[in-house]
Design a protein around this ligand. Structure first.
Ligand SMILES: [Zn+2]
Length: 372
């Protein structure tokens, strides 16, 4: 996550990276698996990873059928933190005419919070057998984090669909190109509505996956990354909330801040922030880590030093096949190759199981105590 020598869009980087990673990836994919994916409702012992960050549906609430997705997971992916996307792109005829936008960059019309996503995810999960359900940790996302009532939505979802959800998120406060397009009040890290949400997550044992950019796009030289200070204060206000910071705050054009890895190390070494984790999902984030031999080595040093604090995720949205779904895993091959066995195992599998097993246990207990 060190500042790369040059920054481009992943389409410029990915093919070469994938080529260099292809042998390693091919070898890794040869993990034992004796039966066809369709006949394996539970993960086989040889699966490669758990995915802590996955969107079944896209910005217009369309996506992959969950049964097709189980086949895509196959015998490579054990468990998946499953969510839709809380935001719906409006198709404004006045803005794009007959062109139906499917992504937030394809229209100037606003995004709005689409709460039905939670019911959709819950029903998809409930359509599965018990053994298939065991491979998913569904997450609640369909709330407005600028609304003091958001926490009531989360409670209502838990009570309506008991036995389903393990956490909340990925939801977003600051995100390049996205936050400014959302109808209504702009979300903020300083909004008490967000504090209420994180307080309740601590009470119920919900894992939180939060997207918050570490900086603004195209900052002027020396400009203070105010989001970083606000993020630190937010985390310090919620020491009992298990929080996964999505992509460590980087994005398409939000670059790692100066000394990002030093900042990450300060965060991870702070005993008051031991409840904070980082997911390394998204090909847009991976490009910074694998930008140079130096950036890979720097990231590997931190992951090896704090093996309990990082989770692998794909951040794929509605994938069509396994190759597309596991693209990010391939991009990270040079990083994975530099990890000590303990750090690699915990990044890919162990930390997920520890956090989400605990969330399942605690959220089921909250549901039992607070049943209607
Ligand atoms: Zn995401």
């Amino acid at each position: 996550m060190k500042r790369p020598r040059r920054v481009g869009f992943p389409t410029e980087h990915a093919p070469a990276l994938l080529r260099s990673a292809s042998l390693w990836t091919a070898l890794a994919f040869c993990a034992p698996g004796f039966l066809a994916a369709q006949t394996l409702p539970t993960p086989p012992s040889g699966y490669i990873l758990n995915d802590a960050h996955f969107h079944l549906t896209n910005y217009i609430q369309q996506g992959t059928n969950i049964r097709d997705f189980l086949k895509i997971m196959g015998d490579k992916v054990g468990r998946v933190a499953l969510f839709g996307i809380p935001l719906q792109q409006t198709w404004s005829y006045g803005n794009t005419g007959d062109f139906a936008p499917a992504y937030y960059l394809q229209s100037d019309a606003p995004l709005y919070y689409y709460s039905f996503t939670d019911a959709f995810i819950a029903m998809a999960y409930r359509s599965l057998s018990k053994a298939e359900q065991a491979r998913f940790d569904p997450m609640i996302t369909g709330f407005n984090p600028a609304d003091m009532y958001a926490v009531d939505h989360i409670k209502r979802v838990l009570r309506t669909f008991p036995g389903v959800f393990s956490g909340i998120g990925e939801f977003t406060i600051h995100k390049e190109f996205v936050s400014a397009k959302i109808a209504g009040e702009t979300a903020s890290l300083t909004n008490p509505a967000l504090d209420r949400i994180l307080d309740f997550a601590a009470e119920a044992g919900l894992v939180v996956i939060l997207h918050n950019d570490i900086n603004m796009p195209f900052p002027k030289p020396g400009q203070e990354p105010y989001m970083l200070a606000q993020m630190r204060d937010l985390l310090l206000r919620h020491p009992d909330t298990t929080l996964i910071w999505g992509h460590c705050g980087v994005g398409r054009i939000v670059r790692p801040v100066e000394d990002q890895m030093a900042i990450v190390e300060r965060l991870l070494s702070n005993p008051q922030l031991k409840n904070v984790y980082i997911d390394i999902s998204w090909d847009e984030a991976a490009k910074y880590v694998v930008a140079s031999p130096e950036s890979i080595a720097r990231a590997a040093t931190v992951l090896n030093r704090y093996p309990d604090r990082f989770l692998f995720g794909t951040d794929e949205v509605a994938p069509k096949d396994q190759a597309g779904y596991l693209k990010v895993y391939g991009i990270y091959a040079p990083l994975l190759a530099m990890l000590i066995p303990e750090a690699r195992e915990k990044l890919l599998k162990g930390n997920y199981e520890r956090l989400f097993d605990e969330a399942r246990r605690r959220v089921r207990a909250w549901e039992k105590e607070n049943a209607q």
